[in-house]
Design a protein around this ligand. Structure first.
Ligand code: AMP
Length: 293
């Protein structure tokens, strides 16, 4: 496995990789969710590239950039064990050198949900992902359903800017109690960690209602909200039942829905989602998740 920081080194090493390349962008502090993307990329491509970069442009001034978890040595060992070929670990100065002033703004699909609560977040995401696509020139790029709006934004950006690659969406990997794996879960104290499974329970309650025939958006949102309200440590940021492509809130679910929510547990903000498919009782997390284009 080659680990590089400078863009010139990345380009040189990239040129030595023949056949197809699968890219997995990450912010490090790797867990099984990240590794599931790496394994999928490995299964579908001749070579796998991974980026580890905590992207300052996607954090607001009041967010957790300075205390975001780092574990570079351990991350590199995990990636080596998975048979990854090339890892890019740039510093902020390499990605955004002095004088940098070019950003990518995806419009409508970046506005609601996370976009509304985290102004500028998707501008940072779209910009860094475009730079990663240019630097690695991958054939496929792997993203987790965990960050569903990110998938929709990245798919839109890749299509609009004619990046010649396939975006592959991988199912959310969960802890035994249903909590979606996240680098931010390390912030939770034991009591908060127990509470955190409420996101999954709220999504399951709404999915259960949907499978039983409930199609009113307001009811699905209310079911999630009341499941969270029973937990004194949990504070709702938003609950949503939206069109999986446009992310507009639905009055009535007619052709599937993206159920999503953001909840604060103490000082930690967690997100999760389920994709409801058109056919009732169908499995939520199919190998080829289709939403956002
Ligand atoms: P991050 O390091 O949080 O930026 O995540 C890097 C990639 O891993 C993103 O595409 C995430 O959606 C994905 N990811 C994060 N957590 C999970 C999870 N629990 N299951 C599947 N993919 C995940």
């Amino acid at each position: 496995m080659k680990t590089v920081s400078a863009v010139t080194d990345l380009r040189r090493e990239r040129q030595t990789l023949s056949g197809t390349l699968g890219l997995v962008p990450t912010m490090g502090a790797l867990h099984e969710g990240h590794l599931s993307l790496v394994r999928r990329a490995k299964a579908e491509n001749d070579h796998v590239g991974v980026s580890i970069f905590v992207n300052p442009a996607q954090f607001n001034p009041n967010e957790d950039l300075s205390k975001y978890p780092h574990s570079l040595e351990r991350d590199l060992q995990l990636l080596d064990n998975e048979g990854v070929h090339l890892v890019w670990t740039p510093t902020p100065d390499i990605v955004y050198p002095p004088g940098y002033q070019t950003y990518i703004s995806v419009e409508e699909v970046a506005r609601p949900l996370e976009g509304e609560r985290r102004p500028g977040h998707f501008r940072g995401v779209a910009t860094v992902v475009a730079k990663l696509f240019n630097a690695f020139t991958p054939h496929r790029a792997y993203f987790g359903q965990k960050d569903a709006q990110q998938v929709v934004v990245v798919k839109r950006m890749a299509a609009d800017l004619n990046f010649p690659l396939e975006i592959v969406v991988c199912p959310t990997v969960r802890e035994p109690d249903g909590l979606a794996m996240s680098s931010r879960n390390v912030y939770l104290n034991p009591q908060e960690r127990q509470t955190a499974a409420v996101l999954y329970r709220a999504l399951c309650a709404a999915k259960h209602a949907y499978d039983s025939g409930e199609r009113r958006g307001d009811s699905l949102r209310a079911i999630m909200a009341s499941a969270i309200a029973v937990e004194p440590l949990a504070q709702i940021d938003y609950v949503s039942a939206a069109d999986p492509d446009t992310l507009a809130e639905l009055q009535t679910v007619e052709r599937g829905a993206l159920l999503s929510l953001a909840v604060r547990i103490g000082n930690t903000r967690l997100i999760d989602n389920f994709l409801l498919t058109e056919t009732p009782n169908s499995k939520l997390q199919t190998p080829n998740l289709r939403f956002g284009l």
